[in-house]
Design a binder for this molecule. Structure first.
Ligand code: ZN
Length: 150
């Protein structure tokens, strides 16, 4: 285990992904987190970003970690909006998502939350250990027999 300040790099296996709450909304322009349909500051519409809670196993512990948009996009292979619409069309894709990602191994850089309100260790980066790793959306499309699954 390699430590760099409050960050550490560990080999992790994905155990489960909380597929019930994967997104939050921000303003498409100023990127403030908002819960209204349009941004109250600049009036722009919103977009979704990923915020994924998952449990991972290291060689010594099981941790609940949170994965924000930049890292989640690598795992999922698409934008949060695209994934949201896919899930809406395929109601069981949350389950399938767990099936396709469970057991995948990554070298993850985990960083301790800077502020006391953030409860979960966050994933600063995730590099798949398998050279044949394919992002979840490709595997899901394949499971559902959709064209353009590459
Ligand atoms: Zn705005």
């Amino acid at each position: 285990m390699e430590r760099e300040g409050r960050r550490r790099r560990v080999a992790c296996t994905i155990l489960a992904i909380d597929d019930t709450d994967m997104f939050y909304r921000v303003c498409a322009v100023c990127e403030r987190t908002i819960s209204t349909p349009t941004c109250c500051l600049c009036g722009s519409s919103t977009k979704r970003l990923f915020r994924i809670l998952m449990s991972v196993a290291t060689d010594s512990a099981v941790l609940t970690v949170v994965c924000f948009d930049r890292v989640a996009r690598l795992l999922f292979g698409c934008s949060a909006d695209e994934f949201f619409h896919f899930v809406k069309l395929h109601p069981f894709s949350g389950l399938t998502l767990n099936e396709v990602l469970e057991g995948e191994m990554f070298t993850m850089t985990l960083s301790k939350p800077m502020n006391a309100n953030a409860q979960h260790t966050r994933v600063a980066s995730a590099v798949p250990l398998s050279s044949v790793f394919r992002p979840a959306i490709h595997l899901l499309k394949q499971c559902y027999g959709l064209p353009h699954a590459s």
